[in-house]
Design a protein around this ligand. Structure first.
Ligand code: C2E
Ligand code: MG
Ligand code: MG
Ligand code: MG
Length: 268
C-alpha cells in the first residue's frame, strides 16, 4: 500500500481492487468471467451542441457491474485489464456494443464516440472488428468516432499510426481526448489523421475562477478551429462554463450539466 500511494493518485484504488480480488490468477479468472457473463457494460453520456443544448451524440464509457462491489468506474479496473493482457478483448466488446447501440438510435444524425487506449491498437484487431461491425449493421462510418488520449499516443509506433489511418480512411473520425494535457499534442495534430479535439475537463473546471484556464481553453479552441477540427469541451457542470466555451469557439460539449453516462436502453 505504501508503494501504491507513492505511485501517485489513482493507484491506491487499483491496488486495493487487485488485493480485494486475491491472486493474479483469481483476477484473471474474474475478468474472463466478467466478459463472459456480460458484467462489462457500456453507458452513454450525451454530447450536445453548445448553441442550443441539443443532443448530437454520445460518448461510450465502460463500467463493470461487479457482482459484489457494485458499479465500478474505468479508473478502478482498466489497468487490471491491461495487466491481464485483455485490452484487445475489451476493445472488441465495446466496439460491438457501441455499433449495436448506434444502429438502435432512431435519430440517424447522432453519433457515438468510443475510447481506445494505445494497447488496444497496433495489431489491427480493433479497426477490423469496428469496421466489420459497422458494415454488418450498414451504418455510415462517421456515426462511430474514435477517441484516443494524447498520453496514450506518446509511445505509439508505426503500427498504431497505420491502424488509425485505416480507420480514418474508412470514414471513422479520430478525436484527440484530454486535449491540452499531453506532452506534445501539437505534433500529433500535424502527423496523425485527427478530425477533432476534446478539451480536457481540467480547463473547463477552472472556468470562471482561474483566468489562465479560460485563456488556455480559448487559445486551444482557436488552434483547433484554425485546423478545421471539431471542438468538444468535456466536464461542463455549470451554465457559465458552457456559455464561456461557446463564446470562445467550442462547438460541442458534455458534462453533468447535460447528463451523466446512462445505460443504452435509458439513453435511447
Ligand atoms: P474520458 O474519455 O476523458 O471520459 C470522460 C470522463 O469524465 C468519464 O469518466 C465521465 O464519466 C467523466 N465526466 C463526464 N462529465 C463529467 C462532469 O461534468 N464532471 C466530472 N467531474 N466528470 C465528468 P469515466 O467514465 O470514469 O471514464 C474515465 C476514463 O476511462 C475515460 O476518460 C476514458 O479515458 C477511459 N475509458 C472509459 N471507457 C473506456 C473504454 O471503453 N475503453 C477504454 N480504453 N477506455 C475507456
Ligand atoms: Mg473520452
Ligand atoms: Mg477526455
Ligand atoms: Mg479526461
Amino acid at each position: 500500500l505504501y508503494r501504491a500511494k507513492g505511485a501517485g493518485r489513482g493507484r491506491t484504488e487499483v491496488y486495493d481492487a487487485s488485493m480485494a480480488m486475491g491472486s493474479p490468477s483469481d483476477l484473471h479468472r474474474e475478468l474472463v468471467a466478467a466478459i463472459a457473463e456480460d458484467q462489462l457494460v457500456v453507458h452513454y453520456q450525451p454530447i450536445v451542441d453548445l448553441a442550443d443544448a441539443r443532443v448530437v451524440g454520445y460518448e461510450a464509457l465502460v463500467r463493470w457491474e461487479h457482482p459484489h462491489r457494485g458499479l465500478l468506474l474505468p479508473a478502478s479496473f482498466l489497468s487490471l485489464i491491461q495487466e491481464a493482457g485483455m485490452s484487445v478483448a475489451l476493445g472488441q466488446l465495446v466496439a460491438r456494443r457501441v455499433v449495436e447501440f448506434v444502429a438502435s438510435i432512431h435519430d440517424r444524425t447522432r453519433w457515438v464516440s468510443v475510447n481506445v487506449s494505445a494497447d488496444q491498437l497496433g495489431d489491427g484487431e480493433f479497426a477490423t472488428t469496428l469496421l466489420s461491425e459497422i458494415s454488418r449493421h450498414r451504418l455510415t462510418a462517421g456515426r462511430i468516432v474514435v477517441e484516443l488520449t494524447e498520453s496514450s499516443l506518446v509511445a505509439s509506433g508505426t503500427r498504431i499510426r497505420h491502424e488509425l489511418t485505416q480507420l480514418s480512411a474508412a470514414g471513422v473520425p479520430i478525436l484527440l481526448d484530454d486535449f491540452g494535457t499531453g506532452v506534445s499534442p501539437l505534433s500529433y495534430l500535424r502527423d496523425l489523421p485527427v478530425a477533432g479535439v476534446k478539451l480536457d475537463m481540467s480547463f473547463t473546471s477552472g472556468i470562471p475562477e482561474d483566468p489562465t484556464a479560460g485563456k488556455v481553453a480559448r487559445a486551444l479552441g482557436a488552434l483547433a478551429r484554425e485546423l478545421a477540427m471539431v471542438t468538444i469541451a468535456e466536464g461542463i457542470e455549470h451554465e457559465e462554463q458552457a456559455e464561456y466555451l461557446h463564446r470562445n469557439g467550442w462547438r460541442y460539449g458534455q458534462g453533468w450539466l447535460y447528463g451523466s453516462a446512462q445505460p443504452g436502453d435509458i439513453t435511447r
